[in-house]
Design a protein around this ligand. Structure first.
Ligand code: ADP
Ligand code: MG
Length: 241
């Protein structure tokens, strides 16, 4: 059982305070959804958790099983067990997805024996063409192929926690179902904890949230069960501002 704990987190980017005190505790196997209007700071939160350059932490902490993540470079956070599925996966010309996986497994001291079979198994599970991993990472892939590729990586690497920044953006219904279903399965099979940033309740048809948080202007203004998301569908964010 692992715990990702965010306490009193305040952060700024480009001289502007965006996160104004975020408190969140996610445990293994739990799915926490974060919903909020554009500009609320949801992507900033994912960036600060993973250590994207340009974001300055003003106060608070992010710990994984008590270990200070903010003190580590991004790659060490990843090895510690944090995995970000980016809203817009980066295209990396000249580097193939299977090379990235080999490096990632080696860095985790897991070895690459059987890796190709493992990748193929994960790819087929989410209806992804296994041949895509022999192409340059995310280059010229469709929106759906990029997110399937990200989900395949998550399946092979088995992180402790996944942060999904709008998994549903740029995806058609079939791809969304395949990816969301795989993440939900990981919460049972490998006890994955999930922080799922989304605008759309339809994500929850496959990925069942234990807690829904509403984030407005860099703060979590409400937390509750899935019914909170249903209320949001009816009332919009006005009721929470
Ligand atoms: P959300 O994901 O909730 O839509 P973001 O975290 O992307 O919101 O953005 C919150 C605010 O921070 C916005 O006003 C955005 O313009 C600003 N912001 C985020 N990242 C940067 C950046 N790298 N440079 C300048 N401003 C940024
Ligand atoms: Mg965003």
């Amino acid at each position: 059982m692992s715990t990702l704990e965010i306490k009193g987190l305040r952060a700024e980017v480009a001289g502007k305070e965006i996160l104004q005190g975020i408190d969140l505790v996610v445990k293994s196997g739990e799915v926490h959804a974060i919903m909020g209007p554009n500009g609320a700071g949801k992507s900033t939160l994912s960036a600060v958790i993973m250590g994207k350059p340009g974001y300055k932490v003003l106060a608070g902490s992010v710990t994984l099983d008590g270990v200070d993540m903010l003190a580590l470079p991004t790659w060490e956070r990843a090895i510690a067990g944090l995995h970000l599925v980016m809203q817009y996966p980066t295209e990396v010309p000249g580097v193939h997805a299977d090379q990235v996986m080999a490096e990632a497994l080696t860095a985790r001291h897991r070895g690459t024996e059987g890796m190709a079979a493992r990748i193929t198994q994960e790819a087929l599970r989410i209806n992804m063409d296994p041949e895509l991993v022999t192409r340059a990472l995310n280059v010229d892939l469709s929106g759906g192929e990029k997110k399937r590729n990200e989900t395949m990586q998550l399946g092979v690497l088995e992180p402790k926690f996944a942060i999904l920044d709008e998994l549903d953006s740029g995806l058609d219904i079939d791809a969304l179902r395949d990816c969301a279903r795989r993440v939900e399965a990981a919460t049972h099979e490998s006890n994955l904890g999930v922080l799922a940033i989304t605008h759309y309740v339809r994500l929850f048809e496959e990925l069942k949230p234990d807690v829904v948080h509403i984030m407005v202007s860099g703060r979590i203004v409400a937390s509750g069960g899935a019914e909170l998301a249903d209320q949001l569908e009816i009332d919009g964010y006005a009721a929470f501002v």
